[in-house]
Design a binder for this molecule. Structure first.
Ligand code: FES
Ligand code: FES
Length: 166
């Protein structure tokens, strides 16, 4: 199978990776770039565990060929922390609000929420639920995920955090 070089900027770092046309972005991220934060749950675009940010949009990386990402800017959960190494407000929110249990959905969920808050910095509960509707969690019942995202929205806007975790 013919291979070609694909140039990507992943978590701020320019990289070139050799891929086959048939290779999915999730496999290239995990197996060739060592970024195992994005998970593989279904490989059929249903679960959202593989969600990454590509050129300012949330994408399910199991439904994108790596060659389609040529020249793209990708953010994964590995690139989410602040430059000084402290947690991103979303990571902190998931920790403080108990927004995870097994954690399998969490990298995709946080990466999706990252884009959601860029699109809508002050989302209502309903908007959060709609915004993460492409990401499935089999453990939490979503309640504390919603609180975690609200926590981050409040923190990023400079408002105090009001709700407690359940
Ligand atoms: S692994 Fe991509 S949506 Fe489930
Ligand atoms: S925390 Fe287990 S799937 Fe979401």
């Amino acid at each position: 199978m013919a291979k070609r070089n694909v140039a990507l900027t992943v978590n701020g770092r320019a990289q070139t990776v050799e891929v086959e046309d048939r290779e999915l972005l999730i496999h290239v991220l995990r197996e060739k770039l060592g970024l195992t934060g994005p998970h593989i749950g279904c490989e059929t675009s249903h679960c959202g565990a593989c969600t990454v940010d590509l050129d300012g949009r949330s994408v399910k990386s199991c439904t994108v060929f790596a060659v389609q990402a040529e020249g793209g800017k990708i953010v994964t959960i590995e690139g989410m922390a602040n430059a000084d190494g402290t947690l991103h407000a979303l990571q902190e929110g998931f920790r403080e609000m108990h927004g995870l249990q097994c954690g399998f959905c969490t990298p995709g969920m946080i990466t999706r929420a990252y884009r959601l808050l860029q699109e809508n910095p002050n989302p209502s509960e309903e908007e959060i639920r709609w915004g993460i509707s492409g990401n499935l969690c089999r453990c939490t019942g979503y309640q504390n995920i919603v609180k975690a995202i609200r926590y981050a929205a409040d923190k990023l806007s400079g408002a105090g955090v009001k709700e407690a975790a359940e």
